[in-house]
Design a protein around this ligand. Structure first.
Ligand code: GDP
Ligand code: GDP
Length: 470
């Protein structure tokens, strides 16, 4: 059953919410003074969703000196046990330095996080929820555990998380492990502190005959996948996990490796829909094109799909061994891609030969870089300094004689980098100005090859009130 851990610093309302989700009758009432309850786990229900909930409250009784360390250990344990974590902060107290400690644990663990802003009943609750964006866990969910408010939004977020986990489990069930000794075991990670990071999930997609199977075989270093011109070969492999020169990666299989259809047209359709599936699982999408006929409609559709799905993109130009004027060709290809796909401007274009293995190290490096850019986090302070410079060098327009004000910006999420900007009149801010900012972000913070999301909100700087008070 799906497990949800409720985490956060003491007093934010974890137990209150736990009790609400579990139902009063079921909640444990064995609080003996001086005895720490440690982790409590119980079956919970929200609407028609059924799940297990893990409560990390109950440490307040521990002596103050050992509290931070114990709280941290307990949280880590709960997060490891859970499929998702509901990170609670307190709308009344605002964000405290201690909240950042919990955020850091969750981030380091790579946890799936729902951010709940509790005690958000009433008007001031909404403002406090806004502040939650700056934690970088996406849309904050305003809640009142005590009064039962916000349960609808919690339901929606939880349902989404449960569906995602289910989809991942379904995918994992058909994993093809190729690591001979000790294939990677999910449980290892939980036990071993400082366990290796999760593998980078990549999809190699492209038109039939671009050389995808040849490339993957070369990376695997063995003829595991069948290649060649013959049609009718089917394989069921969905993904393989590899150690590629010290980088753990999981490569998702695409239709190019399965030459089921004889008719070219049919094959092309197939490869797009299968490519689509692989793209959904991937963090980095390698769009492999044939140096001889690069960037045909289908290649661009795949790259665009990857962008829309919010994946990092690397362009591999294969069959480089057949290219004569290499320097000229590379420049041409880079410019061409830039022109055709402005939404992925600056994406690395890496020449490779799957056949000879030439350029594979460059490809690996580009994948690692693309992933780290995709996960990039920019501090709110830096963003706002940057925003100030951008708006003073190119002020936003002033429709009707009133200048549009851009007040504040923060990064709401990573993977891909997602920003929220607060603006006096977002509804009249021209798209060209929004693009100007997105392009500027990409250029000035080095986020080439990753989609960037920028959402606009009407409103004031949520921190402004606080600054005045100081
Ligand atoms: P925990 O330490 O995180 O488990 O927090 P508790 O659940 O023990 O709650 C701490 C305090 O906050 C208690 O006094 C609760 O009554 C109060 N509290 C919890 N949820 C809410 C809420 O939604 N609104 C308000 N105003 N108070 C709450
Ligand atoms: P897929 O349909 O994308 O999986 O393509 P394959 O890997 O089956 O390759 C299609 C054809 O292109 C095969 O005949 C390969 O030998 C050939 N090929 C693949 N990579 C290269 C390369 O780097 N150079 C050359 N010259 N041929 C290649």
């Amino acid at each position: 059953m799906f497990k949800l851990a409720i985490v956060g610093r003491p007093n934010v309302g974890k137990s209150t919410l736990f009790n609400r989700l579990v139902g009063k009758r079921l909640a444990l009432v064995d609080d003996q003074p001086g005895v720490t309850r440690d982790l409590r786990e119980a079956e919970a229900r929200l609407g028609d969703l059924q799940f297990m909930v893990i409560d990390t409250a109950g440490l307040e009784e521990a002596d103050a000196e050992s509290l931070p360390g114990r709280m941290r250990a307990l949280t880590e344990r709960a997060v490891d046990m859970a499929d998702a974590s509901l990170f609670l902060v307190d709308a009344r107290a605002g964000l405290l330095p201690q909240d950042a400690t919990f955020a850091e644990i969750l981030r380091r663990k790579g946890a799936r996080v729902l951010l709940g802003v509790n005690k958000a009943e009433g008007r001031q609750g909404a403002d406090a929820a806004l502040e939650g964006w700056s934690l970088g866990f996406g849309q904050p969910i305003p809640l009142s555990a005590e009064h039962g408010e916000g349960m609808g939004d919690l339901y929606t977020a939880l349902q989404e998380a449960m569906q995602e986990v289910e989809a991942q489990r379904a995918a994992g069930a058909v994993d093809l492990e190729i690591d001979e000794d000790g294939a990677f075991d999910e449980d290892d990670e939980a036990i071993e502190p400082g366990a290796p990071e999760k593998p980078i999930q990549i999809a190699v997609v492209g038109r039939p005959n671009a050389g995808k199977s040849t490339l993957i075989n070369k990376i695997l270093g063995e003829d595991r996948l069948l290649t060649g011109p013959e049609a009718g070969i089917t394989r069921d492999a969905i993904s393989v996990e590899i150690d590629w020169a010290g980088s753990r990666m999981r490569i998702f299989d695409t239709a190019g490796m399965r030459k089921k259809a004889r008719v070219q047209e049919k094959l092309e359709k197939l490869s797009v829909s299968d490519g689509l599936r692989a793209v959904k699982f991937a963090e980095v999408v390698v769009v492999l094109v044939d140096a001889d006929k690069p960037f045909e409609t289908q290649d661009l559709r795949i790259a665009d799909l990857a962008e829309r799905e919010g994946r990092a993109v690397v362009i591999g130009v294969n069959k480089w061994d057949l290219v004569e004027d290499r320097q000229g060709a590379l420049k041409l290809l880079t410019d061409e891609f830039q022109r055709l796909m402005p939404q992925l401007s600056g994406t690395p274009v890496v020449p490779v030969s799957a056949l000879s293995g030439e350029g594979l190290e460059r490809l690996r490096a580009a994948i690692l870089k693309a992933r780290s850019r995709w996960e990039m986090r920019i501090s709110t302070a830096k963003l706002n300094q940057w925003l100030g410079e951008m708006t003073s060098s190119h002020p936003p327009p002033a429709p009707g004689g009133r200048r549009i004000k851009l007040r504040y910006m923060t990064q709401a999420k990573t993977r891909p980098p997602t920003f929220i900007a607060f603006c006096s009149r977002p509804e009249v801010l021209p798209d060209s100005y929004k693009r100007f900012l997105v392009n500027g972000l990409r250029r000035d913070f080095g986020m080439q090859g990753t989609p960037i999301r920028l959402a606009w909100r009407k409103g004031e700087n949520p921190y402004e009130g606080k600054r005045k008070k100081r």
